[in-house]
Design a protein around this ligand. Sequence first.
Ligand SMILES: [Mn+2]
Length: 357
Amino acid sequence: MTRVWDIPVQDSTRIRDVRVAAEAACTHAGLDPHATAVAALVATELASNLVKHAVGGRILINLAGPADTLAPDVTGVQITSLDHGPGIGNVPAALRDGHSTAPSSLGAGLGTCLRIAHAFDLHSRPGQGTVAVARIGRARVPGSALAGPHRPRTGVRAGGITTALAHAEHSGDAFGRVRSGPRVTLLLSDGLGHGDKAAEASAAAIEGLGRCADLPPAEILRHLHTALRDTRGAAVGVAQLDEETGRLSYAGVGNIGARLRTDATWQPLLSHPGIVGAHFPATVPVQVNAWRPDSLLVLHSDGLPGRWVPPSEPRLGDHDPAVVAAVVLRDAGSAARPLRDDASVAVVAPRPPDGRA
Ligand SMILES: [Mn+2]
């Protein structure tokens, strides 16, 4: 089930809570003491920055499991910092090691985060705020980005972010991504309602995906309908990119939002009414679109307001997909429009030509 730690950081008293949460997440992920110390340091730095520079924000910690065959590097914890602060004027300077962004720095500096986390990316725009994502996994091999048997270099990256209503431990939303030959499949599930029963339904969907990722999207949904029969059911969206044909297929049952950017234009991809595991439609329409080098795909649960505005920034897709997801989540909600449900956003983006992670 999707475990979430969501800590509002309005003043320095919450920095310790963030560190404690990061350590708890590492315990859940089975990380060793070294990785746990790295996560604690990164979490402390990001939380300190929220207090020092952003007049508050939020730290969100997610777990990623070994089932994630497309991005094995995220086995571990993902720490996300979101704020609506003034933003960082000079990001490259702020990311330089040893560069302190405030006179009396409590933290280690963003340059340290970049160096010690397995993956780190930051998006900041003056007046809009900053999003930073750090992932910390198992032992790091010097000179390589990550330890592990293999690290597939595919032409596409996927990632996301999950939150739980009212700071609950488990989110009823979950996403998963699986590679099967030339096909990369991203699934986003919103278990009916929220809380543990919803989380169980979504966990069953993620588990089920691992057994049928070689099938096309409508068949995956049909397979999941059987797999979710003993749960309360879920809304599920499935996007599948075939890297050989360059085609993206999408099918959804229930209220999953999907937007595809092609040639700087966003179009919605529609889901069909129904509940996977309970009421399956007689036919599931599949929408097929061309996938281009500047394409960007966003899937989200109905925790996001239906009329959120997709980002207009042309180069946003160069960022880590989890950063893109966090920007979408942050900008869809606000103090005036708080989110009313579990919320999740998952993103597929092409890998930039320079091959950064
Ligand atoms: Mn929902």
